[in-house]
Design a protein around this ligand. Structure first.
Ligand code: PMP
Length: 429
C-alpha cells in the first residue's frame, strides 16, 4: 500500500494534520511487516493498564505494588546528590564499567550479607537497571525460542512479559501455603522432559511472592534447588522483598548455600527508591562473563550518577534503621488490610496472610472471573489487579491481588470498604 492508495482520489486540499496522519498510516502499514516474532510476543502489562487508571483522582489504588517512600529523608538524599556532583562531578557524569562501580558492588555484598548470603564477592555482582533487567539478561543469555522456563503459579507479571518476549514456553507450577510444591515441580519436569522439552530456568520469588505474598518454607528451599540441579536447570531467585519481613523468622535465600546453581536478583527499588532504577544480579562465577557482557550489550553501563548517589547515601544513612522503620510501616498497612477484609468481605472469599512484602492474594469461589469485576470496582472508586495477569495463559481467574504497600491505612480501609459490595454481589450472583 502506498499513500496514494489511501489518499482521497479527488483533488481535495488536505489539512497538514490529515496529510501527516495519512503518511503515518502508510508507514505503519509498511513497517508492520518488519516486526520480529519477538515483538509480537511483547504485551502491554495488565498492571500498566490498571496503573494508568489508578492515578485518576479520587480512586483508591490497591493495584500497584509501590513502595512507601514517606519515611525517606529527602533532604539527606538532596544533600548527598549535590555532594556527589560537587565532589565527583566529572566521574559521576561519565560512562562507567559494565559491571557497575566497585563501591556499589561492595555495598551490595554488605546488603546481601544482612540477608544471609555471606561471603559474596563484588567480582560476582553485576549492577543492573533494576531486578527487571537482571531477568531480561538471564532470559537473553540462556533461552532459545521454545525452551521452557518454570515459574510459580502465580508469579510476577513483569517476569512473564520478559520471558514471553524471548518466545519461551512459560510453565506455571502450583504453590500451596508453603510455596512451590517440590512434588509438583518434579512431576512437571519429568512430563516436560518426556515431551522432549529443554528446561532452562526455574524463576522463583521465594520470599513474599508477588502477587500471592506466599513464602517458600525453609525445609523446601534446598529440595527445590536439588531438584533443579539434578535436571540441569538454573534457579533464578528474585528477592526484592526479602528484607521486608515483618513477621516470623528470617529465611536464608536459596543462593546462600548454592553459589554455583542460583542466579540471585536483588533490587534497590523496595529498600530505597524504584526511581533510581538500580538492582543487581549475583551470578555464579562460571556464568559471570557471559552475563555481564550481555548486560553491557544493552546498557553499556548502569547510570554512574545514580550508582554514586546510592553508594554515598547508604554510607551516610542508617539504612538498617530505615529498613526496620519500613517493616513497621508495611506491617501496619498489612494489618489494616487484613482487618478490613475480615470485617467487610463475605465468608466465601479467602486470602493469604503474608509475613512480609507488599501483597495479599484473594481467592473467590470457583467460576467467578475477577477481570470484569475490575470495571465495577473502578466505578466504586477502587482498583486491584485481576488474577489472570499473573499466569502465562491469561485464562479467567477467580483470584485478585491487593497491594497494601503504597497506601496509608485509612485509605486501605476505605478501598476495601468500596470493593466489598462488588465482591459480595459477585459471590451472590
Ligand atoms: N521482581 C518482582 C517480584 C517485583 O515485584 C518487581 C517490581 N514490582 C520487580 C522484580 C522489578 O523490580 P525493579 O524495580 O528492581 O526492576
Amino acid at each position: 500500500m502506498t499513500s496514494q492508495d489511501i489518499a482521497p482520489t479527488q483533488d481535495i486540499e488536505l489539512s497538514a494534520e490529515t496529510q501527516t496522519a495519512l503518511e503515518r498510516a502508510e508507514a505503519s502499514h509498511r513497517h508492520e511487516a518488519l516486526f520480529s516474532e519477538r515483538a509480537h510476543n511483547i504485551k502491554q502489562s495488565a498492571v500498566r493498564d490498571v496503573f494508568d487508571i489508578s492515578i485518576r483522582p479520587g480512586l483508591v489504588s490497591l493495584a500497584g505494588g509501590s513502595p512507601s517512600l514517606t519515611k525517606l529523608p529527602l533532604d539527606l538524599v538532596a544533600e548527598t546528590a549535590s555532594r556527589v556532583i560537587t565532589e565527583h562531578g566529572m566521574e559521576a557524569l561519565h560512562y562507567g564499567g559494565g559491571k557497575g562501580t566497585l563501591e556499589l558492588r561492595t555495598l551490595i555484598c554488605e546488603i546481601m550479607a544482612e540477608e544471609g548470603i555471606l561471603g559474596a564477592s563484588p567480582e560476582d555482582v553485576v549492577v543492573t537497571t533494576g531486578s527487571q533487567s537482571a531477568q531480561d539478561i538471564a532470559a537473553k543469555v540462556f533461552c532459545n525460542p521454545g525452551d521452557v522456563v518454570l515459574v510459580e503459579d502465580p508469579t510476577y507479571v513483569g517476569a512473564l512479559n520478559t520471558f514471553e518476549a524471548y518466545q519461551v514456553q512459560v510453565e506455571p507450577i502450583r504453590m500451596d501455603v508453603d510455596g512451590l510444591d517440590p512434588t509438583e515441580l518434579e512431576a512437571r519436569i519429568a512430563a516436560l522432559e518426556a515431551e522432549g522439552k529443554t528446561i532452562k530456568i526455574l524463576y522463583t520469588i521465594p520470599s513474599f511472592n508477588n502477587p500471592s505474598g506466599i513464602t517458600m518454607a525453609a525445609e523446601r528451599r534446598q529440595r527445590v534447588v536439588d531438584i533443579c540441579r539434578g535436571h540441569n536447570i538454573l534457579v533464578l531467585e528474585d528477592n526484592p522483598y526479602g528484607m521486608l519481613r515483618f513477621d516470623g523468622h528470617p529465611l536464608t535465600p536459596l543462593r546462600a548455600d548454592n553459589p554455583d546453581d542460583v542466579i540471585y536478583c536483588g533490587s534497590f527499588s523496595k529498600i530505597f527508591s524504584p526511581g533510581v532504577r538500580l538492582g543487581w544480579a549475583l551470578v555464579p562465577k562460571h556464568l559471570y562473563r557471559r552475563f555481564y557482557l550481555a548486560a553491557e550489550a544493552v546498557v553499556l553501563c548502569p547510570s554512574t550518577l545514580n550508582q554514586m548517589l546510592v553508594t554515598e547515601f547508604f554510607r551516610v544513612f542508617d539504612w538498617r534503621g530505615y529498613l526496620a522503620e519500613s517493616r513497621a510501616v508495611y506491617a501496619e498497612r498489612c494489618a489494616a488490610m487484613l482487618d478490613a477484609l475480615a470485617a467487610e468481605f463475605p465468608a466465601e472469599a479467602t486470602w493469604t496472610t503474608p509475613d512480609g512484602g507488599f501483597f495479599v492474594w484473594i481467592t473467590l469461589p470457583e467460576g467467578i472471573d475477577t477481570y470484569p469485576l475490575l470495571y465495577q470496582a473502578i466505578d466504586a472508586g477502587v482498583v486491584f489487579i485481576p488474577g489472570a495477569a499473573f499466569t502465562p495463559s491469561d485464562v479467567p481467574s477467580n483470584k485478585l491481588r491487593l497491594a497494601f504497600s503504597g497506601v496509608a491505612p485509612e485509605q486501605i480501609r476505605e478501598g476495601v470498604r468500596r470493593l466489598a459490595p462488588v465482591i459480595r454481589a459477585a459471590v451472590e450472583a
